[in-house]
Design a protein. Structure first.
Length: 311
């Protein structure tokens, strides 16, 4: 199994620079999240725009104490002219060589003067993706992109760049329980704020770089069973019988085309209060809450004369 995150892991959604009196608590929370992910055993973290909320230096320092590689293939340190983090990672999983790289888009930042971009050069994601595929292709059997481009940009990238097998997307927070396959690229994404975990199971039956969703096969089989029942009905007219037979042949042909091909299952599970906490992580969270208690906002009075909590 590979455990991957596509960015915006360490901080809430950015709107304005964080007040000076909150930076210590935010820094400690980011370190707590990283320690938790180390314990869980994540294999790679892609960089998102909100991960830069305290600037590049903080994120570089955080990466130095991480057991998990930080990846960013198109973010360059303006001072050194070198990539801010590792450009890619290759891991072997059950004899399969998996190449993993990460992209961040300029478009996800609020404005040209966004302070999170200070000291950084962000290269064109499409050009970088094509370069990474050329570089990783000879080294890897499977290529995964940790994308922080947005869902619509993921679709565009899949259309323009062949050779990426899986895009693990972020930023948009689209809930893709039934992920699309665009030009042989599976596009994944789950809702934001850590409310869900997505699990992709791949079954490899051939060396072809293409996959189909097993739910597609189940749907075809279900339709075929329904048609078979209709054909056995004595109430079916000759005209209806011919139509059902044509449909049956079409579904059988579609199923035959899937035989021997690679397929996948995608499951998105809610991370509710029923999910058991890791005992060590729970202790760290409780210690953090004691050190940095949440500020309770005073209730505000609305026009109807009732009180409600400020969110």
């Amino acid at each position: 199994m590979l455990l991957l995150d596509a960015g915006d892991l360490f901080f809430k959604k950015y709107s304005t620079p964080n007040p000076e009196n909150e930076i210590k608590g935010l820094s400690e929370k980011a370190r707590l999240i990283l320690k938790s992910f180390n314990l869980i055993g994540y294999h790679a973290i892609g960089i998102g725009d909100d991960d830069l909320s305290l600037g590049k230096k903080f994120l570089i320092d955080l990466s130095k104490v991480s057991q998990i590689p930080f990846l960013s293939s198109n973010v360059i340190d303006e001072d050194s002219g070198k990539p801010l983090f590792k450009r890619y990672l290759i891991r072997e999983v059950n004899g399969l060589r998996v190449g993993i790289f990460s992209l961040l888009s300029q478009d996800v930042f609020l404005r040209a003067s966004d302070p999170r971009k200070k000291g950084l050069i962000i290269r064109d994601p499409v050009e970088t993706a094509q370069e990474m595929v050329r570089e990783l292709g000879p080294q890897a059997d499977l290529i995964i992109l940790l994308s922080h481009l947005s869902y619509s940009r993921d679709v565009e990238l899949a259309q323009k760049t062949s050779g990426i097998h899986i895009i693990v997307g972020a930023h948009t927070g689209a809930h893709l329980s039934n992920p699309p396959v665009i030009e042989n690229t599976i596009i994944l994404q789950a809702s934001s704020q850590g409310k869900y975990a997505g699990r992709l199971d791949l079954t490899l039956l051939s060396k072809e770089a293409s996959f189909y969703n097993e739910s597609t096969k189940r749907s075809l089989e279900s339709n075929l069973r329904r048609i078979s029942v209709q054909l056995r009905s004595p109430k079916v007219s000759e005209y209806q019988n011919a139509q059902w037979k044509t449909a049956k042949e079409r579904y059988e042909s579609a199923l035959q085309q899937l035989e021997g091909k690679n397929f996948f299952n995608n499951i998105i599970s809610p991370l509710s209060q029923q999910v058991e906490d890791h005992p060590e992580i729970k202790k760290m969270v409780e210690a953090y809450k004691c050190k940095f208690p949440e500020k309770k906002e005073p209730p505000i009075h609305d026009s109807r004369g009732t009180y409600r909590s400020k969110r």
